[in-house]
Design a protein around this ligand. Sequence first.
Ligand code: RB5
Length: 147
Amino acid sequence: MKIGIAADHGGFELKEVIKTFLQSRQHEVKDFGAAVFNDKDDYPDFVVPLAQAVASGEVARGIAVCGSGVGASIAANKVAGVRAALINDHFSAHQGVEDDDMNLLCLGGRVTGTEAAKELVIAYLDAKFTAAERHQRRLEKVKRLEK
Ligand code: RB5
């Protein structure tokens, strides 16, 4: 799977860990930055290009990391076609995809440890949208807001 990743300074370290992890699992990774640690950088500069790549289909899924994961999820959800969520637990990591077709996982680099983050990433990437009628109906109601 082609996966896009992005982080500001608050998520930089975890992004690097996740990047190596994804590559070790044979995923193709496109890194939207930051390329280097810069404690003055701003998450929208990296998260928005990632979100646009998810929306356009350039990457199949996205993973964004900032300090808390909050700013990343707020910014990503401004892009039509993106369904981003800040995830801190295993259940939501897969159920968010299965029921809500989540396509951009947000993590808090100052909140979630590296091993827990890897498990969340696996649960997220292994999950598939069930396309059950009730979930599609709910998604359609959300999508109408983008028009
Ligand atoms: C940056 O210091 C921090 O505010 C940012 O990474 C993030 O936590 C915002 O939600």
